[in-house]
Design a protein around this ligand. Structure first.
Ligand code: COA
Length: 387
């Protein structure tokens, strides 16, 4: 029996900033953002979209394909948590009408959280092959207006259904993990925005990639030329590009071209949406699936990195006719439908979203019909509604 990814749901908020506008407003050369960082646009979440509402919206994209009574596990990976105690997953479970006997919780290790959830779900379904598991990554990357990290912000969610005999990708045995207690990026309890040592974080990301990729190759006997694509956590596109260059530098021309072309396909959506922390690696996977032609049984390598720091490399194999399980047109429509914000509009929305709304104040959403949103608190209890 094979276990793996059966469905992928995607959501990003309905507003964006164009990097050329941002560069002009910050007195930077646009090519620094477009080429040096590798980003074109970034999604912006207003006060009514958070990790919970985005996770619900992503999962609703495929929920009609799921036998709800068989969902035994729901895990949410996020570093944009909405409560210090109650998990984001309980709000989501309630909105999705999942059964009461589902085991559900939130995990945290920076951008590694969703991968942690997928590994737990893989092993859970192997032990309980009649059950499925939903794993959600949902995040808003916030560094702050006029900061060095501003160009690497974004917002969105990916939700994945893990089950036996999956339609999209089976997950192979094995993984290589690497961890160290370091301070490249973190968000203290009293700060709504992340603190980051940007240059250091770029170096440790590449170090962790080398450690995990080399260890995985030693463990499994696999070579770079065995992979159809290598996928990366993309805090910004240039970061993954650099890791991919390291992976392919000593390879033959055919392997170099295949892995470079497929890296480009995997980065199409991140370029438009920006960093979505926990879900970023899985946005790369979705982008590859919807923008490249992959042969049956194509071997895909995945590098997950969470600051602090935790790295992991693992792999999967593409299932025949995987295209039929995707929602390509709807995904691309969601990206295209976003409204462009001017820089003053973005700054106002960004700063308002950092404030905790007054208890009892009802927030209104300008999202389209069917979308869930955060409507404020009543007696300090968070309220989620569907438009
Ligand atoms: N045209 C083309 N490229 C240009 C350019 C121009 N006009 N001006 C600068 N660049 C290039 C630089 O050469 C550099 O490329 P390199 O990384 O290959 O050396 C790149 O643009 C970025 O320039 P840099 O001076 O390093 O930018 P910065 O000091 O503004 O910092 C980050 C960039 C990414 C460190 C910063 O945005 C950040 O801290 N982001 C958040 C941290 C993060 O996401 N870390 C990832 C680990 S999870």
């Amino acid at each position: 029996m094979q276990v793996g990814i059966d469905q992928i749901g995607f959501y990003t908020p309905n507003k964006y900033v164009d990097m050329v506008d941002l560069a002009h407003a910050r007195n930077e050369d646009p090519n620094k953002f477009l080429i040096g960082i590798g980003q074109r646009k970034m999604s912006v979440a207003d006060q009514t979209q958070d990790a919970v509402s985005m996770g619900i919206n992503a999962t609703l994209r495929y929920l009609d394909q799921v036998e709800l009574a068989k969902v035994g596990l729901l895990i949410v990976g996020t570093e944009s948590g909405v409560d210090q105690s109650k998990s984001a997953s309980l709000f989501i479970k309630s909105a999705l009408n999942l059964p009461v006997n589902v085991r559900t919780f939130e995990v945290k290790e920076a951008c590694f959280g969703m991968t942690a959830g997928i590994m737990i779900a893989r092993d859970y379904v192997r032990l309980h092959p009649n059950h499925s598991a939903i794993v959600i990554g949902a995040d808003i990357a916030r560094y702050g207006v006029n900061t060095g990290g501003e160009v690497t912000q974004g917002a969105g969610s990916i939700s994945i259904l893990i089950k036996a005999d999956p339609q999209i990708m089976t997950l192979n045995d094995g993984h290589s993990a690497y961890s160290a207690d370091i301070n490249d990026f973190w968000r203290p309890n009293d700060s709504p925005v992340a603190l980051v040592d940007g240059k250091y974080s770029k170096n440790v990301y590449l170090d962790f990639f080398k450690h995990t990729y080399t260890a995985y190759q030693t463990q499994t006997g696999s070579k770079t030329s065995d992979f159809t694509a290598l996928l990366y956590h993309l805090p910004f596109v240039k970061m993954g590009f650099k890791a991919n260059q390291l992976a392919i530098e000593k390879e033959d021309e055919e392997t170099k071209k295949r892995l470079a072309d497929n890296f480009t396909a995997s980065a199409c959506y991140s370029k438009e949406i920006g960093n979505i922390y926990t879900a970023s690696l899985y946005l790369s996977l979705l982008s590859l699936l919807e923008n490249a032609q992959l042969p049956e049984n194509a071997k895909i390598g995945l590098f997950s990195y969470g600051s602090g720091a935790m790295g992991e490399f693992y792999s999967g194999q593409i299932v025949n006719n995987y295209e039929q399980a995707l929602h390509k047109t709807a995904d691309q429509t969601m990206i295209a439908r976003r409204q462009k914000l001017s820089i003053p509009e973005y700054e106002q929305i960004f700063n308002r979203a950092l404030q905790v709304p007054e208890d009892g104040l009802e927030l209104a959403s300008d999202e389209q019909s069917g979308m869930w949103y955060f409507a404020g608190t009543e007696n300090h209890v968070r309220q989620y509604r569907q438009k």
